[in-house]
Ligand binder design. Structure first.
Ligand code: FE2
Length: 280
């Protein structure tokens, strides 16, 4: 079965929404008058999320004498930043854990790629004092979400055709289908009512120079994404066809040496994060 662009956009709209409690909790964390108490009451409306937050807190602080028994205590020991990241991971892991036959990606690969891109994007923001830590994490986690829908186009397509080998995969996507996974991802983000900066960074994560007012964020995601390709995590059949835009490195003030150092650092942090999440 062939899919038209309109059908794919409609498919993007059919993806299950983000859990309500997670959206409310994230909005609350961003608001200046959030407190552990009111955040705990929002998290408490979602039983699965509550269980996760408690498990994460107890896993992270294994060995503490008194176990963490309430969400409010968990928020205090983990800190708002970590709670925010864990809620986002929880909300997206079901989506991103699926196998993507069109990209010949087994289940879990896109998830690991997304997690590494998120961790890497935040690391870059911190190291170069870009002051976009949270947005970078979320945009990194979401940048390839369009692949969930786009892979349907690829299931009946020979992605190894010789003439496509000379082009980047992104060019191939556009030339052959009139749409690419970045555009579809931005559409999904829009329907999830995520902020415009995230929509723009997802839309332009392969060509950050096109992101207008959000070039810094898009460049951060681009470099973090390419770093995961260098590491070979979740790259599927298309991974090696994505070029690095050198202008993104310049925009961030990064040298090639910084990039390779970053790749090493993110590999370490990804292993730690996977341990924490699996424990939870
Ligand atoms: Fe991508």
């Amino acid at each position: 079965m062939k899919y038209s662009v309109d059908q794919l956009i409609a498919e993007a709209g059919k993806l299950p929404p983000m859990p309500q409690a997670a959206l409310k909790a994230l909005a609350l964390i961003r608001s200046p008058d959030s407190s552990a108490a009111n955040l705990a009451s929002v998290i408490g409306t979602d039983q699965v999320l509550t269980t996760h937050v408690l498990r994460w807190a107890n896993s992270a602080f294994y060995g503490m004498e008194s176990r963490i028994a309430t969400v409010q205590q968990a928020i205090v020991v983990l800190g708002l930043d970590i709670v925010q990241e864990l809620i986002m991971n929880y909300s997206l892991s079901d989506h991103l854990n699926k196998p993507l036959p069109g990209y010949i990606l087994p289940g879990g690969e896109l998830w690991h790629h997304a997690l590494g891109t998120a961790i890497g994007a935040k690391l870059i923001s911190k190291r170069f004092r870009l002051k976009i830590d949270d947005e970078a994490y979320f945009a990194g986690l979401l940048c390839d979400v369009g692949k969930l829908v786009f892979e349907k186009l690829l299931r009946e397509t020979d992605v190894n055709r010789i003439e496509w080998g000379q082009h980047s995969f992104l060019e191939m996507e556009r030339d052959n289908f009139g749409v690419d996974h970045a555009m579809l991802g931005a559409e999904i983000a829009r329907r999830w009512q995520l902020p415009e900066s995230l929509v723009a960074a997802i839309a332009h994560h392969h060509e950050p120079q096109m992101a207008q007012n959000h070039q810094l964020l898009a460049a951060t995601i681009h470099v973090a994404d390419v770093s995961m390709m260098i590491l070979g995590v979740g790259i599927g059949v298309d991974g090696l066809r994505y070029p690095l835009e050198e202008s993104a490195l310049k925009r961030l003030g990064m040298t090639w040496e910084d990039l390779f150092h970053h790749v090493e650092q993110v590999a370490e942090q990804l292993t730690k994060a996977k341990e924490l999440i699996n424990l939870g």
